[in-house]
Design a protein around this ligand. Structure first.
Ligand SMILES: NC(=O)c1ccc[n+]([C@@H]2O[C@H](COP(=O)([O-])OP(=O)(O)OC[C@H]3O[C@@H](n4cnc5c(N)ncnc54)[C@H](O)[C@@H]3O)[C@@H](O)[C@H]2O)c1
Length: 271
């Protein structure tokens, strides 16, 4: 119970990686607040976790929502010790029109989708951190864990905007870590590899639709083929894998670790 009596915000925690993180933090004793676009999903996940967890609707890409969400957590749970900036990827299941442009190269990326991707993955991290930092300071310290991606430090020609946003998350993590070190607030990032969440389900559907070699495959087959060919350890990563690292980074066990990013990818980025 390394996080006993701590309060943790997990953005995008209604499902997928964020849900795994919320469960792992709660298992270590934290009271968890899930802020998600999907308010019903956030509340349902919080109910299932129990242990005083709360969940409500909040669009953390919007300044007013992010600020109001953080203030609500302070009001309802008495303060904040841990922030996990996990919200990112898409705002919902990948839309049909996005499938056609997938893999089409940078000339197919509109300004609108570029801005949307950076807003979803980078502005979210900035807004929630900025709103929460005074509350971490009020507790005498704390921890921020940002969910980047292996795309944040590898070349990703089919996902250039996403990769730029996730590289931005790593850069922001390092800058913030140095700024906040004297306040005993640690800031680290996790770079997940391949996880079968809604985000990858959408990508696998797009790859399947645009690649004749996968004509008879299901999206799950496509994903497992990616895992087989791309992951040296031969297995997919899970939300719990990410949650366990987040719990460690948020805990006193990591008291002298700040400004780092950790790939949880079964060796994908070693090749
Ligand atoms: N799945 C992977 O393989 C993978 C790999 C690397 C990094 N990531 C990153 O992990 C994070 C979680 O992804 P996932 O795979 O669990 O995705 P997901 O789509 O399964 O879940 C994302 C959750 O975040 C919520 N969300 C999205 N935008 C939001 C916003 N603006 N405000 C509040 N909530 C918002 C969604 O409603 C959803 O509940 C993302 O930052 C993603 O980029 C995922």
């Amino acid at each position: 119970m390394r996080l006993q009596d701590r309060v943790a915000i997990v953005t995008g925690g209604a499902r997928g990686i964020g849900e795994g993180i919320a469960r792992c933090l709660a298992a270590e004793g934290a009271r968890v607040a899930i802020l998600d676009l999907d308010g019903d999903g956030a509340a349902a996940t919080a109910r299932d976790i129990g242990d005083g967890a709360i969940g409500f609707a909040c669009d953390v890409a919007l300044e007013a929502d992010a600020v109001a969400g953080v203030e609500r957590v302070v009001r309802d749970l008495g303060g904040i010790d841990i922030v996990v900036n996990n919200a990112g990827a898409g705002r919902g299941p990948i839309p049909a029109e996005a499938l056609n442009s997938f893999g089409g190269g940078i000339t197919n990326v509109t300004q609108e989708s570029w801005d949307e991707t950076l807003g979803q993955n980078l502005r979210t991290t900035f807004l929630v951190s900025r709103a929460a930092i005074p509350h971490l300071e009020a507790r005498g310290g704390g921890a921020i864990v940002n969910i980047s991606s292996i795309a944040g430090f590898t070349a990703s020609p089919t996902l250039a905007a996403y990769a730029a946003a996730k590289a931005g998350v790593i850069s922001f993590t390092r800058s913030l870590a140095l700024e906040l070190a004297p306040k005993d607030i640690r800031v680290n990032a996790i770079c997940p590899g391949f996880l079968w969440t809604r985000a990858w389900q959408g990508m696998a559907t797009a790859i399947q639709a645009s690649n004749p070699a996968y004509a008879d495959a299901t999206p799950r087959d496509v994903f497992l083929d990616m895992v087989k060919r791309g992951v040296p350890m031969g297995r997919e990563q899970t939300p719990e894998d990410i949650g366990k690292v987040a719990a460690f980074l948020a805990s006193e066990d990591a008291r002298n670790i700040t400004g780092q990013y950790v790939a949880v990818d079964g060796g994908i980025t070693l090749q």
